[in-house]
Design a protein around this ligand. Structure first.
Ligand SMILES: [Zn+2]
Length: 285
């Protein structure tokens, strides 16, 4: 699943290709989108901006329509020049937004809907700007309160709740817990408020560091002793624990462990030595 930083970078690239240029064509094989386009043609309008909200992407049209898409596990957006060959078969195309310079093509986009500003506010699944770690409106104090409200849940799971902290994905979840020496299976109730504050702060820092202009495609949380700016061939080389099962911990050399966590069975990596389970938590093995 694309993480919040990937969606953010995609939204930034789409904004550059689409914003301010008159739309010359819109196509989709979603009946609700084509009906919207029949009633209120998007051709002739402009794209005001493309915005990431957690794992949702919002395309704001000058006529007031807002296209909300979620990529889930499989979706992606590509940007092409007119006439350029697509890298994905056309049968997987779900949405095309076109101007005289670019085509933005959504492939395998499983969730797509048109909103107005009013219906967007009412849609509970789309995070509000204050819960998105990548937004300037992000409010860390209220995020800490939302984490604490999930007292009987494991912190690793809670970090993935988009209504609690939008933008944190499965890779960041393990990394955030490791850098704070917090066991991902610890119940929120067993953690101190300052530990939660520190987790929220790390979430903001680590995800934001991965959307800088010079950050590459791979998530980087660990840079080793020598800060390198070149792309790594092995994504796991730039992470503390994620994807490193049985490899030595970068801090204590204990083998990293992994197992599935939560109702969605998302894989979690941690160091049993650096991230001991606090009192008041249990592991349901
Ligand atoms: Zn360790």
């Amino acid at each position: 699943m694309p993480e919040g930083d990937t969606i953010f970078r995609t939204a930034r690239a789409l904004t550059r290709a689409l914003a301010g240029r008159p739309i010359t064509g819109f196509r989709s094989n979603y009946p609700l989108l084509t009906r919207f386009n029949d009633d209120t043609p998007l051709a002739g309008q402009t794209v005001d901006r493309v915005e990431a909200r957690g794992k949702w992407m919002l395309t704001w049209f000058s006529g007031g329509g807002i296209l909300a898409t979620h990529l889930l596990m499989s979706g992606s957006w590509h940007i092409y020049r007119p006439g350029e060959a697509w890298q994905v078969p056309a049968r997987h195309m779900r949405i095309v937004i076109e101007n005289s310079d670019y085509l933005a093509v959504g492939f395998h986009v499983p969730v797509a809907q048109m909103h107005t500003a009013q219906s967007l506010c009412r849609d509970r699944r789309i995070p509000q700007p204050h819960s998105d770690v990548l937004r300037s409106e992000f409010d860390s104090a209220s995020a800490v309160d939302r984490v604490l409200a999930c007292a009987r849940e494991e912190i690793g799971d809670v970090l993935l709740h988009q209504h609690v902290l939008a933008g944190v994905g499965n890779v960041f979840k393990s990394e955030i817990c490791f850098v704070n020496a917090v066991n991902p299976f610890a119940l929120v109730a067993s953690l101190r408020r300052d530990e939660i504050e520190s987790l929220v702060q790390s979430a903001q820092q680590l995800v934001r560091a991965n959307v800088l202009e010079d950050s590459g495609e791979n998530i980087v949380t660990y840079r080793g002793q020598h800060r390198r700016t070149t792309h790594r061939s092995d994504p796991g080389e730039s992470l503390w624990v994620y994807g490193r099962r049985s490899q030595p911990c970068r801090r204590c050399a204990e083998p990293i462990e992994s197992r599935m966590q939560g109702p969605d069975a998302r894989i979690t990596f941690w160091c049993p030595q650096c991230q001991p389970l606090p009192c008041g938590s249990f592991v349901d093995v």
